[in-house]
Design a protein. Structure first.
Ligand code: GRF
Length: 209
């Protein structure tokens, strides 16, 4: 069983897709051992509690310095002894120590086809605003391993989503979630849990069978 911890900051719809995937058997060999949020009272925590998954809140507000916050985050993760850490809308820059310790064991979902519309400052609605501004006809989502950079780690899965003429950032965000994010994140976890993902020379090889 792949011991999986999920890190969240908000609504938790990707977390919900993971919970549903484990329950429905779309994700196999996986145990959701902990959900950690950097914000108290968010919907994602409610979703975790409802599913019976242990939760923890590690908020910057509770610590005098960023170093103390980083250490608390690391120990909240270590306590769960995870084999995989999933960033599902986690709006915190991970401490380098954490990224190094869990190298190729942290995955993130980004709401565009990396390397488009990604990097520092590209999160939330901004990603979709920029895609619409540029007038691209296709966008999508990417699941990737997390390295020391921003959205720069090895890509595991991507799925394209068509842009429609009268899309607003909000409409596009919803379509990207429904058609791409909620599909490729559970799929990526299942592939990893079943030993079908390997990283060679910073590139991912997926055993698609
Ligand atoms: C998603 O759009 C994801 O791509 C991004 O943050 C958002 C999280 O949404 N990284 P939710 O909390 O899973 O609903």
């Amino acid at each position: 069983m792949l011991r999986t911890a999920v890190l969240v900051s908000g609504g938790g719809t990707n977390l919900q897709a993971i919970i549903d995937g484990v329950r429905d058997g779309q994700i196999t060999n996986t145990e959701l051992v902990k959900v950690i949020s950097n914000k108290a009272g968010v919907k994602a925590l409610e979703r975790a509690e409802k599913a019976g998954i242990p939760t923890a809140v590690v908020s910057k507000k509770g610590y005098a310095s960023i170093e103390e916050f980083n250490d608390a985050l690391l120990s909240a993760i270590d306590d769960a002894s995870p084999d995989l850490i999933v960033l599902a809308g986690f709006l915190v820059v991970l401490p380098e120590k954490l990224v190094k310790k869990y190298s190729n064991k942290i995955i993130n979902i980004h709401p565009s086809l990396i390397p488009s519309f990604c990097g520092v400052g590209y999160y939330g609605l901004r990603v979709h605003e920029e895609a619409l501004k540029r007038g691209v006809k296709v966008t999508g989502a990417t699941v990737h391993f997390v390295d020391e950079g921003c959205d720069s780690g090895p890509i595991i899965l991507q799925k394209a989503v068509e842009i429609q003429q009268d899309d607003t950032p909000e409409i596009l965000q919803k379509r990207v979630m429904e058609q791409a994010e909620w599909k490729i994140m559970p799929k990526a976890i299942d592939l990893i849990a079943n030993g079908r993902v390997t990283v060679v020379d910073r590139k991912v090889k997926v055993d698609l069978r």
